[in-house]
Ligand binder design. Sequence first.
Ligand SMILES: Nc1ncnc2c1ncn2[C@@H]1O[C@H](COP(=O)(O)OP(=O)(O)OP(=O)(O)O)[C@@H](O)[C@H]1O
Ligand SMILES: [Mg+2]
Length: 453
Amino acid sequence: MTKPTLLIVDDDEDIRTQMKWALAADYEVVVAGDPGGALAGFRASRPAVTLLDLGLPPRPNDPGEGLNVLGELLALDSTAKVIVVSGQSDKQNALRAVGAGAYDFLCKPVDIDELRLVLQRCVYVAELEREYRAMQQTQGTDPFEGMIGASNQIHTVFTLIRKVAPTTAPVLILGESGTGKEMVAQALHRRSSQKSGPFVGINCNAIPENLLESELFGHEKGAFTGAHTQRKGHIEMAAGGTLFLDEIGDLPAPVQVKLLRFLQEKRFQRVGGRQELQSDARVIAATNANLQESVSAGKFREDLYFRLAVVVIKVPPIREREEDIILIAKEFLHRFRLQHGKPTLAFAPDALLAITAYAWPGNVRELQNRVQRAVIMAEANRVTAADLELSGVVNGTPQTLKEAREHAEREIVRSALRRHRGKIAPAAVELGVSRPTLYELMERLGIAKDLER
Ligand SMILES: Nc1ncnc2c1ncn2[C@@H]1O[C@H](COP(=O)(O)OP(=O)(O)OP(=O)(O)O)[C@@H](O)[C@H]1O
Ligand SMILES: [Mg+2]
């Protein structure tokens, strides 16, 4: 495993030597003692992290010197990770530095254990960001029909859409709330041979049972009280295009019978009508309910289920496609920060950790809502876990050094396991530990159970 490069900028030679000595086991350490050296060292070594003392010659008492260097480093590479070091009395400037784009700050005297931890986290976040950029550059993140995702799971969905869209077969889309079922339906329509026809959606549980039948099939004048005129139903309106039946699990029994007939024969009658009508609308249905269970419970007709489920597309929840979470979060951040006039807003490290740790029961929709709210709430340049209302997720700020260390370890081990899809051997190689040690670590940190994810 290659060690990440660390650039230490400090005018005090003793401090440089001490730190170099303490960190050389984990980092390729490069040192500089003044602004010129810092920039040259940065250009030459492209460090993963830079540790920057704010008080630099020629004016060591003026933090402006260090802030200038910070600005120049970020101008060279806007993604540079710079941790600033300031005097105790100079926290104000340290905060200014963070506002200007520094990753974090430490106060003197620097505690070496704390420094190790901050560095570890910083490298981890840099790695996440690097992966994100790499993914953006490969085919992965070019949104597919507006859908963002680079995970294998979502690519399976994209592949199915590509294959199935041109056929006229009915499709059943399954997935938890907010996973993107409607987006999948629209993608199917846009890639179908009927794409120039209408896309007509109807939410089966939003319409009272007694109205649903006439909404779907239409009605003749006088078919029931209040039916003053003849009306076309959604099936007729969707002719030449796609009929999207959302929340299909809630379809009342009499409507199920009629829909089955339509699927079998492409024929139907309006409510109160005798005339046989035809529609070539392609049917796509979606539900977040367990339809097979409804079938077993006798609530949903089995024959209708099989008619609808000629092709089934399962949209996995985002907690099962962790690669996509950060990707989607960053894309939403990007959209909303422009929309809300805060173009330089970025996620703070704790926000990224919380986003990867949270289970996202509301999936993409929840992610979207939280990011939007956070963009509005965020102060300075950072969106924090608190802005996302996720501060409890990573057990808050670790209380003791031991907790902090365990927390960082857990993140690092989990991320390595994720990258290697739960495979122990390559993850151990990446982490630079033996396999037994990795097993031990996982046991101690309580990660074993997460492996399936
Ligand atoms: N992969 C994705 N990339 C970008 N945006 C997405 C993605 N998946 C879903 N979204 C967005 O998330 C929101 C929810 O998606 P959608 O309405 O398609 O989900 P759904 O499964 O139909 O939800 P529900 O079960 O609540 O009906 C929408 O705003 C959609 O644009
Ligand atoms: Mg929906």
